[in-house]
Design a protein around this ligand. Sequence first.
Ligand SMILES: Cc1cc2nc3c(=O)[nH]c(=O)nc-3n(C[C@H](O)[C@H](O)[C@H](O)COP(=O)(O)O)c2cc1C
Length: 182
Amino acid sequence: MNIVTLVGSLRKDSYNLQLFKTMEERYQGKLNMTLADIRSLPYFDQDEENNPPQVVKDFKEAIAKADGVIIITPEYNWSVPGVLKNALDWASRVDKVFIGKPVMAIGATLGMLGTVRAQMHLREILSSPGIQAKILPPGGNEVLIGSANQKFDDQTGKLVDEGTLSFLDNKVEAFIDLVKLG
Ligand SMILES: Cc1cc2nc3c(=O)[nH]c(=O)nc-3n(C[C@H](O)[C@H](O)[C@H](O)COP(=O)(O)O)c2cc1C
């Protein structure tokens, strides 16, 4: 199963990036996860949407070809980081590559609330007319990782909290089922 992953933090030691690395390793054989380079995307410019720069074309093509998309993002000021919104804005135009695409949303934060406000905004964005993703339904499927500094290993950077990992295993299975439905 080919899964494109968007990570909403550009920080080198990002917990959300570490979560991508944890998942890439943990679910290999089930998910072939690749990381989209959203850092390189220019700011969305509607004048360019019909013939965007090559990096944008490559990004959109990767999403179009993927079986599903996983978004792993921190919360910035109660919403999604601008770099992630920018990527979604490019994807929402012209060929609208997210329509019907299975998407799983995950978030990790230092705060207690596990990015819940960002996740709620993200779900709204993913439901907009230009995106219309097939999001893993929220009831019980939200992976919200609060107090990340207590759940990731200082040395390896990987997510090590057993309760969180087994919850994640379960939700990844639900996502695989959603992807299989097509
Ligand atoms: C600009 C900015 C805004 C933030 N706003 C929030 C917020 O609204 N809610 C929250 O839980 N954490 C917030 N944080 C703290 C982040 O959870 C923390 O920096 C986290 O480590 C970011 O994720 P990362 O490790 O993947 O980079 C904010 C951090 C930054 C830099």
